[in-house]
Design a protein around this ligand. Structure first.
Ligand SMILES: *Cc1c(COP(=O)(O)O)cnc(C)c1O
Length: 356
């Protein structure tokens, strides 16, 4: 059985060289005679790996010295609670409602304090990034840089002045260059563009630590997690290790700027085809099209289902759109090679010719 091209939105495909390295080191990692899954998280052999992972992440993402890197659990969904618990500090927060996960972040934050929805495209099926009006006195502004389900992306990052900008980057972290210094806090579930599920990474600016609500669980308290070096309980050692291999893979490739060019090319191949197709149509407003999740339809549910099924028979799997929107979605994260996108476009052409 050959490997397929897996267009799943998350958990999603991982780089082949990374998987091969994991396979090679699974019985004996770095000459220790054991896999990383079997090491104590307090052992020197594991801490050597962990410290290298942090250094490589700092390098690949260009993280300034006044930021801390946290490896946490509970996913991006856990962060929806952790963010207000740590940053709301008795005040209110602005949230931009640009998709389903942005909406979920709002609903969670409302449990802990006052939330102002600064803009929303919910009534238009989240097909674009909405305009927003920010409050002058917000404790932070929360955005979702890429909307995984609807296939939209912020083309410019809001200027929030002195108010910390918080970004859920779960589905496009490391897919394009971001200036970390523009943000107070960045977080991302690892299972889309970094590693297996069960790990969420946060990058938090120094001055935002130490304001958590007293009820904040210690594993969600950024200050306590910084002080405990992300080890207040047993961390996801295996996920962190795989993340490290992905960071190394990216660095070897030339870094995020090189990856960004490849991603632009991959996305353009599909969008160019969609824009000239008589059968398929992109669903996101062109200005806000995602480079990591491409959403499209034929306009006919049965034909959509036939496309997804026949594509899978060709080894192009997991192209079904999210259950709340239907249609198709091709998730083309960093690990999806150009060849996979070429194969997809070739199949779309073939399918279109057969259904004219
Ligand atoms: C997948 C996703 C989430 C949810 O992530 P979990 O780790 O499953 O909680 C949140 N935000 C965005 C943008 C996502 O793509």
């Amino acid at each position: 059985m050959e490997r397929v091209y897996n267009f799943a939105p998350g958990p999603s495909t991982l780089p082949l060289p990374v998987l091969e390295k994991v396979q090679k080191e699974l019985l004996n990692c770095n000459g220790t005679g054991m896999s990383v899954m079997e090491m104590s998280h307090r052992s020197k052999m594991y801490l050597d790996i962990f410290n290298q992972v942090k250094a490589d992440f700092k390098a690949v993402m260009g993280i300034p010295d006044n930021y801390h890197i946290l490896f946490m659990q509970g996913g991006a969904t856990g962060m929806f609670a952790a963010v207000p618990m740590n940053l709301l500090d008795g005040g209110k927060a602005d949230y931009v409602d640009s998709g389903n996960f942005a909406h979920n972040a709002i609903v969670e934050a409302q449990k802990y304090g006052e939330v102002n929805v600064a803009g929303s495209s919910r009534d238009d099926a989240y097909t674009y990034i909405p305009d927003y009006t920010l409050s002058p006195d917000a404790k932070y502004v929360h955005i979702t840089t890429n909307n995984t389900i609807y296939g939209t992306r912020y083309t410019s990052i809001p200027d929030t002045g002195d108010i910390p900008l918080v970004a859920d980057m779960s589905s496009n972290i490391l897919s394009e260059v971001y200036d970390v210094s523009r943000f107070g806090l960045i977080y991302a579930g690892a299972q889309k563009n970094i590693a297996p599920a069960g790990l969420v990474i946060a990058i938090v600016r120094d001055d935002l630590l130490g304001h958590a609500m007293p009820i904040t669980p210690k594993v969600l308290d950024f200050k306590k997690m910084v002080d405990g070096d992300s080890m207040l309980n047993t961390p996801n050692c295996f996920g962190i290790y795989v993340a490290g291999l992905v960071f190394k893979w990216l660095l070897d490739l030339g870094g995020v700027s090189v990856m960004e060019e490849i991603n632009k090319k991959k996305a353009a191949m599909i969008y160019d085809f969609l824009d000239n197709s008589k059968l398929f149509k992109g669903t996101a407003v062109p200005e806000f099209r995602s480079r990591t999740n491409v959403t499209f339809v034929t306009g006919d549910k049965d034909l959509d289902a036939a496309f997804v099924k026949e594509a899978a028979e060709q080894g192009l799997v997991n192209l079904k759109g999210h259950r709340i929107v239907g249609g198709m979605r091709a998730s083309i994260y960093n690990a999806m090679p150009v060849e996979g996108v070429e194969a997809l476009v070739a199949f779309m052409k073939q399918f279109e010719a057969a259904h004219q």
